[in-house]
Design a protein around this ligand. Sequence first.
Ligand SMILES: [Zn+2]
Ligand SMILES: [Zn+2]
Length: 249
Amino acid sequence: MADQTFKVDLTKPLVFQVGHLRASYDEWVHKPIIGKDTPRFFENDFMELMTRTVWWVIPLVWLPVASFFASSSARAGIPPCHVAAAVVGGVFMWTLMEYCLHRFLFHMKTTTYWGNTLHYLLHGCHHKHPMDALRLVFPPAAAAILAVPLWSAFKLLTPAPYSPALFGGALLGYVVYDCTHYYLHHGKPFKGIAHELKCREITWTITSEFSTRDLESLPLCGIGCSELSLRESPRKLADYTTTRVHDLS
Ligand SMILES: [Zn+2]
Ligand SMILES: [Zn+2]
């Protein structure tokens, strides 16, 4: 049942408050606070530190790991051109995984205390504070926890000598995705629409028309979280963003 009376106190650590919003959480989380401030998530300093990640940590941590996995296939005797092809295949596998994660997990509707809390930590915080530069890329400690079962799945589902290169490719795809997502928010992606991009929550996925077509069917969640492909031309992107801005005003 919706707790209409509960109000989140933005001056206090947020994570253990948002669950109390119950059915009101979805509406609350999609009313973004457009500001570059980094709100406090946890009272505990260590927990708080684990939620703050500067963008360059992502390539710094994950590119060596991706290289290690890809080279494992080479050490297992796979020819270099096959390793390269498997890495490219892994990037495409990441694309599919990213789409599914965002579509089905990150935009899941939750109403329970722990459902809301987990959703906020996973993705909701990015919708609430889209310009918080330290909460945009995924913290490596959390990503490492997810990477373990994922590696097991790769080993189970793909031919053994190719598994490491495919997994390395997926990690490479993840690095490119997270850095590009950061750049779309905090860089200067396309002249003329930078303002809209900065004022609107834009979530992009590495992919393709697959995601872009689907975005039209996605519910426009308050501020308009959108899946944008870099294949979109700047003009089309500008039209798209402007349309959404007008739709929402
Ligand atoms: Zn975003
Ligand atoms: Zn989103």
